[in-house]
Design a protein around this ligand. Structure first.
Ligand code: F6P
Length: 546
């Protein structure tokens, strides 16, 4: 497969960038009153508006050519078919099977994975209903009122984000907590006010070897056993989600309390699997299945819609336009929704762990940029923190805005204020304010002549800053599932064009490896000399301080 930079469309896009770089979106909107209608798509109540981007029909045509030339459609088909597209680990990539509500067979090596998926979903239903109905009791016969989910990375960020997002669907008397950091403060602060008799731990780890999760799980078990006489009590207070039955058993969790998943589920794509167990407990299995249904709807859209009407394809291609042709290094995720406070954290892993790569699928070093740095925050907080740089800084930061038309609450004025900020920000970023406009405002305010030029320049907004907007009726489980799936597939599209493996994460290994040696070197009082001078220095200074 030719490198994307060698594809004919890439070369033409580079020339086309010169044309577009000279145009302002203000003028594109003035020239075409139907720009919004032409550059927006509805998927049920979800509106995707991509009209505030530095694109024309020609740009889009060339980006679609690029997608065709890079074999995007064949790559999409290969993923859904269960081909081993994670080539370094020789694994299929089938998070879409976890939410395959059509139940159409999905084959891996000729074996349909759907019966296994449905079996675990049924097990999750039985368990979550038993907890929620108080049929499941702790060792002293009391119902469970606090669930502590212990995991990290993909075994934490997805479920934590979803549980927060669906807070209005949770029961106040059943609290779900998340512990991930190996920093003991995380576990200690979470359990300090909990009661052993009414607390249940979910230990979630695909491998069941991850240092942070196992350290936290062992300390949680110690805390629990400190007040308990019979070892059998563990069975009522610890369950596991893993692909590694042997390690789960060795930890002391009965494998009948283990929820299985499979090597074809990547960690950062695992919230749809039994890793989503805390979601099912928090909001009920029916809502969990609605979440799956929302994602499945997007899977069908992604699999079947032509590129021109395909939302994740457009998200991915427009992102590549800025990333590779305008030199943008970042992508901001800006949900105008407090319940989506953890969305940027989740998408950070989904995108950066997937597409933070520098070699292609054949192992050849790349000479073009891959995944952007993802960051973001719930609106309007971000406006008072980092938007200054987006509006007037020297960097191009493409932004995604997300908001629900209806709030879950009814305090007068709040939601309208929130949404007016969201819509106004997209307008401000696009339009900007010219120096002449700024000057005229200053004159009207009576500012003295000698300060006018300096102030007018400081108050100039260049505009022409791109954004996508997602607007939907309300943040319910189905819509949330759809939104997450859109971003997962956007990541896929970009990885496919860049010809990288979006489904391994070799880059996290070196630090883990070295931490083992460093941990050994931290014990004892002798001077450490085996590393470079900085690493030795840090270790030795630590020893002098501890
Ligand atoms: O950070 C590396 C990573 O392997 C992630 O991909 C994964 O989500 C996380 O660690 C946790 O892994 P596990 O579920 O095996 O504990």
């Amino acid at each position: 497969m030719a490198r994307c930079t060698q594809l004919p469309a890439w070369q033409v896009l580079q020339e086309h960038q010169w044309e577009i770089a000279r145009q302002h979106m203000r003028d594109l909107f003035s020239a075409d009153p139907n720009r919004f209608e032409r550059y927006s798509i509805r998927l049920d109540d979800l509106l995707f508006d991509y009209s505030k981007n530095r694109i024309t029909d020609k740009t889009l045509g060339l980006l679609f050519d690029l997608a065709h030339q890079a074999g995007l459609q064949e790559k999409i088909a290969a993923m859904f078919r269960g081909d081993r597209i994670n080539n370094t680990e020789k694994r299929a990539v089938l998070h879409t099977a976890l939410r395959n509500r059509s139940n159409r067979p999905v084959l891996v090596d000729g074996v349909d994975v759907m019966p296994g998926v449905n079996r675990v979903l049924h097990q999750m239903r039985l368990f979550s209903e038993a907890i929620r109905s108080h049929e499941w009791r702790g060792y002293t016969g009391k119902p469970i009122s606090n669930v502590v989910h212990i995991g990290i990375g993909g075994s934490d960020l997805g479920p934590k984000m979803v549980v927060k997002a669906l807070t209005p669907y949770c029961r106040p008397e059943l609290r779900v907590h998340f512990v991930s950091n190996v920093d003991e403060a995380d576990l200690v602060e979470t359990i300090k006010n909990l009661d052993r008799e009414t607390t249940l731990f979910i230990v979630a780890s695909k491998t069941f070897t991850t240092q942070e999760t196992m350290t936290n799980a062992l300390s949680a078990r110690e805390w629990f056993m400190a007040g308990v006489e019979s070892k059998d009590a563990i069975a009522k207070h610890f369950v596991a989600v893993s692909t590694n039955a042997e390690k789960v058993e060795a930890f002391g969790i009965d494998t009948k309390n283990m929820f299985e998943f499979w090597d074809w589920v990547g960690g950062r794509y695992s919230l749809w699997s039994a890793i989503g167990l805390p979601i099912a407990v928090a909001v009920g299995m029916d809502n969990f299945e609605l979440l799956l249904a929302g994602a499945h709807k997007v899977d069908e859209h992604f699999r079947t819609e032509p590129l021109e009407r395909n939302i994740p394809v457009l998200m991915g291609l427009v992102g590549i336009w800025y990333n590779n042709f305008f030199g943008a290094q970042t992508q901001a995720i800006l949900p105008y929704d407090q319940y989506l406070d953890f969305l940027a954290d989740h998408l950070q892993q989904a995108d950066m762990e997937s597409n933070g790569k520098s070699v292609d699928v054949e192992g050849k070093r790349l000479d073009y940029d891959t995944g952007p740095v993802i960051f973001g925050q719930a609106g309007t907080n971000g406006q008072h923190a980092f938007y200054q740089l987006i509006h007037q800084g020297s960097k191009l930061v493409p932004c995604d805005f997300l908001a629900a038309a209806q709030s879950h609450h009814h305090l007068g004025g709040h939601h309208e204020a929130l949404l007016s900020n969201f819509i106004a920000q997209t307008e401000a970023l696009m339009r900007g304010k010219t120096t002449e406009e700024a000057r005229a405002e200053l004159v009207a305010e009576g500012v003295q002549e000698e300060c006018l030029d300096m102030l007018a320049m400081a108050k100039t907004f260049p505009g022409n800053k791109p954004s996508n907007s997602f607007l939907y009726q309300s943040l319910n489980p189905e819509t949330l599932g759809a939104l997450i799936a859109l971003y997962e597939h956007k990541v896929f599209v970009q990885g496919a064009i860049w010809n990288i493996n979006s489904f391994d994460q070799m880059g996290v290994e070196l630090g883990k490896q070295l931490a083992k040696t460093v941990l050994k070197d931290m014990t004892g009082d002798e001077l450490v000399t085996a590393h470079d001078s900085s690493t030795n220095g840090l270790l030795n200074y630590y020893k002098s301080l501890r």
